[in-house]
Design a protein around this ligand. Sequence first.
Ligand SMILES: [Zn+2]
Ligand SMILES: [Zn+2]
Length: 242
Amino acid sequence: MAEKLYRDEAWLREQYIINKKSFDEIAKEQGVAQKCIWKWIHRYNIPVRPMGSHRVGKHLSEETRLKISQSNKGKRRSPEFCALISSMKMGKPNPSAALPKSPEHCANISNAKLGKKIKPCSPERRAKIIAHNRHAGQPKESHWNWKGGITPERNQMYYSKEYQTWRSGVFERDGYKCVKCGNGKSGVFRAHHVYNFSEFEHLRTNIDNGITFCYKCHEAFHVTFGYTHNNLNQIIDFLLFY
Ligand SMILES: [Zn+2]
Ligand SMILES: [Zn+2]
């Protein structure tokens, strides 16, 4: 397709919002991959409809309905797929939030929501949310992890090659496991300075001065021993008695 119409914002908006075409339909018509349409929709911040909602408002024959319902029976999204979707959504503000909504857009949204019940929040989930937000509104100084504001120096250090090398060196030496609880899941590790960062400048990138904790044990350590005057005795205490 020489014209690459999908790169034209107005055209793309018309196809997707007004004509209610799906990524798939637009991609097929343009002879490109769905991913490509997805990319341009995001680039132009076009509000994305929930999956499958392009069918809303279209009349399906009884036969088609039956086919769809049968083919969906027992299907579950794989964990990888769910992870992919959530990673795509992560950190992205809702693109529709800031945009003024056209009457068609409002109609689209209300169509998409039609017939969907909002799940009530379970008590467990509610407790989780409250626990997560418990520091909201409190002065930042009261948070256990408040370190008086990250200094530019500290910030710069975290992004430096030396620090990154130190960090991965510590993880590697400890076999990618929390030294306290043995948690070995990727992404949970924190490299903790035995003698703390701010007071022992010469030990900042010394691998012997690092220890691998998971984020939970790391939090527990600092809740117990604070952030200043950290030393090896505290580590031994923590490993043996906590
Ligand atoms: Zn630490
Ligand atoms: Zn741990």
